[in-house]
Design a protein around this ligand. Structure first.
Ligand code: ADP
Ligand code: ZN
Length: 217
């Protein structure tokens, strides 16, 4: 038995990785692993891992590789056999990418396609400063472009809609810097493997999703 293929949603903060993974989960029943969501769960539950990760996340820096890789390894072992799945926000460094290849190899599978969501920096900033998220189900909203029907209440689960701690202007700038420095070079890693696809991430979510569907189906 083997896991299905891994599809990566790759791109800068605010490029829409979370939105597209949620659509894949809802519409196609994909399993979904978001390292950002997992880390936030650890923060909320005040686990040892969460305490370690908080300092980095609040500063807009990457959580150390060994912490994130261990977390991903645990989650992958729970994934169902023969079902494709999507990774959102992982890998984010070259060492994470190498570790992922090894983990998947042990599970008799590999990365199918790395989908890069291409978005201009100005647009990213605009999206991130106005972003709000549901505390319970992580659905994203935007104060101007996609507000929840009722202020601060999630349309889907009635959970509380809040601003993420790391969506302050200062931390956003740092996250973008870290992305350029440590994560953007991974584009080349997947390009060389011949599995990088660039998508127009500035389009509306449902338009981007049409492109995603063509790739995963
Ligand atoms: P975004 O893509 O909008 O920055 P995420 O929710 O994916 O948001 O990540 C939030 C934070 O969690 C990051 O700024 C980082 O501190 C941490 N994080 C998430 N994924 C990783 C990863 N693969 N490696 C290291 N840190 C990570
Ligand atoms: Zn919700």
């Amino acid at each position: 038995m083997a896991l299905g293929k891994a599809f990566l949603l790759f791109g800068p903060p605010g490029s829409g990785k979370g939105t597209q993974s949620q659509l894949l989960r809802e519409k196609l029943g994909f399993s979904h692993l978001s390292t950002g969501d997992l880390l936030r769960k650890h923060l909320k539950n005040e686990t040892e891992l969460g305490k370690k990760a908080r300092v980095y996340m609040d500063a807009g820096e990457l959580v150390p590789d060994e912490v994130v890789i261990g977390m991903v390894q645990d989650s992958l072992s729970d994934f169902p056999d023969n079902k494709d799945f999507v990774l959102d926000g992982f890998p984010r460094t070259r060492d994470q990418a190498i570790a992922l290849d090894a983990l998947l190899n042990d599970l008799n599978t590999e990365v199918g396609t790395c989908m890069f969501l291409d978005v201009e920096t100005d647009v990213l900033k605009q999206r991130l400063v106005g972003r709000r998220v549901c505390k319970s189900c992580s659905t994203s909203y935007h104060v101007d472009f996609a507000p929840s029907k009722q202020e601060k209440v999630c349309d889907i689960c009635q959970g509380e809609v809040v601003q993420r701690r790391d969506d302050s202007e200062e931390v956003i700038m740092e996250r973008l810097i870290q992305y350029e420095k440590k994560t953007a070079p991974l584009k080349e890693y997947y390009k060389q493997k011949g599995i990088l696809v660039v998508l127009k991430g500035e389009n509306k979510p449902d338009v981007v999703f049409q492109d995603v569907l063509k790739i995963v189906s």
